[in-house]
Design a protein around this ligand. Structure first.
Ligand code: FAQ
Length: 337
């Protein structure tokens, strides 16, 4: 299934040139470079280098997969939320994440890749999704920690993406960031309620922070020295702030929030560095990060199996929707005749 811009017949103005006629022309490349340098948006119908297109498909589809796989850890607690209000909020948040996946798949489709292709890449293990969603959710406090920390990290990473050079991705990110901001607040609110509760509840909040802190710090990706894509994505105005800079901004913003909650961040080396104007932090376990990214984290197999199962079980829904659309089209054509 393609978006509208992909359906334009060949030769019409504004057609999507997946393999542009003037791809080799230095002129087209110069116009593209000029557009990016001037901070003007690149749109689906514009010529773009193949490498730019491939990088966007990779990043946007991985981002979409993260949103959809990211529904699973929280889905685990819908039936066990401690009150009707918490359950309604959690359900709404999880639905938002599904919606984010849809906006992002649609944005990636404008680059000439179908949703079916992207989903096949996820299910075969070829495409990645965020490492963070391969950790288990053991207690209700994990719902607080995910909202507070995971959504907090996601916002930090995604606000600069609202200025990404590719128009459809940038516009999808604006709406997504607004919703993520609500998600972060609801997570902090869960943590606050637990920290103001009984000693057992506060211990539960601390335990969740202990388990989620380092995976969240890793979520920003490898250190700048090991980030293979950054040089290009920064040059093309896709990524605006480096992995390490975003990680630092997240840590600086989160330490005072943990203090407000009365919780201890599980990093004995964490201390304010007045000279740098930032918090110093301890070493990151990159072996754990790569193990998880490469499919061997605590829940990788379980998460992927759940996605594949859901896709297979949804086959009849897709078939019914297609049959319904075909009937509607036939009815409209008959009425117009
Ligand atoms: N996990 O060269 P770089 C959310 C891979 S959404 C897995 O630095 P890049 C909402 C990377 O793909 C969270 N793999 O790569 C929510 C590359 O491998 P490849 C997702 C990772 O692209 C909240 C290799 O390592 N957000 O949380 C990770 O320049 C709560 C080398 O890395 C996005 O996707 C990782 N953490 O920078 C939902 C934001 N990090 O592709 C539910 C958009 C790196 O060559 C509940 N994405 N890798 O095979 C980005 O900003 C970037 O893609 C980065 C990585 C920053 C993630």
């Amino acid at each position: 299934m393609y978006t509208q811009s992909m359906d334009l017949p060949q030769g019409q103005p504004g057609e999507l040139r997946a393999v542009p006629a003037d791809a080799a022309s230095a002129d087209a490349e110069a116009r593209f470079d000029e557009r990016v340098a001037a901070d003007r948006k690149v749109e689906p119908q514009d010529w773009m280098p193949d490498a730019y297109r491939r990088t966007l498909v990779r990043q946007i589809s991985q981002h979409a997969h993260s949103e959809v796989v990211g529904m699973l850890p929280e889905g685990n607690w819908v039936t066990r939320a401690p009150s009707l209000e918490r359950k309604a909020i959690l359900l709404a948040k999880i639905q938002d994440e599904g919606g984010h996946g849809l906006y992002l798949y649609a944005a990636a489709e404008t680059l000439g890749t179908s949703r079916d292709q992207m989903i096949a890449a996820l299910h075969s293990g070829k495409a990645k999704y965020s490492s963070i969603f391969n950790y288990p959710t053991l207690t209700w406090a994990d719902m607080g920690a995910i909202g507070w920390l995971v959504d907090g990290a996601a916002i930090m990473n995604q606000i600069p993406l609202c200025r990404c050079s590719y128009g459809p991705y940038a516009r999808a990110m604006i709406r997504i960031c607004k919703e993520e901001s609500f998600h972060q607040r609801q997570g902090f609110d869960i943590m606050l309620a637990l920290c103001r509760g009984t000693p057992e509840q506060k211990a539960m909040a601390q335990d969740a922070l202990d388990r989620w802190w380092w995976p969240v710090v890793m979520m920003f990706g490898p250190s700048d020295a090991d980030s293979i894509h950054s040089a290009h994505t920064m040059k093309w105005g896709i990524k605006r702030i480096s992995n390490d800079e975003l990680r630092q901004k997240f840590i600086d913003a989160t330490v005072p929030q943990a203090e407000l909650l009365g919780l201890t961040i599980p990093d004995p080396d964490l201390k304010w560095n007045a000279e740098r104007g930032h918090y110093d932090h301890g070493p990151i376990d990159w072996d754990e990060f790569w193990r998880t990214v490469n499919g061997n984290g605590p829940c990788n197999r379980e998460r992927l199996a759940a996605r594949v199962r859901a896709h297979e079980k949804g086959e009849w829904v897709r078939e019914a929707a297609l049959a319904h659309a075909a009937k509607a089209r036939a009815r409209a054509a008959k009425a117009a005749a």
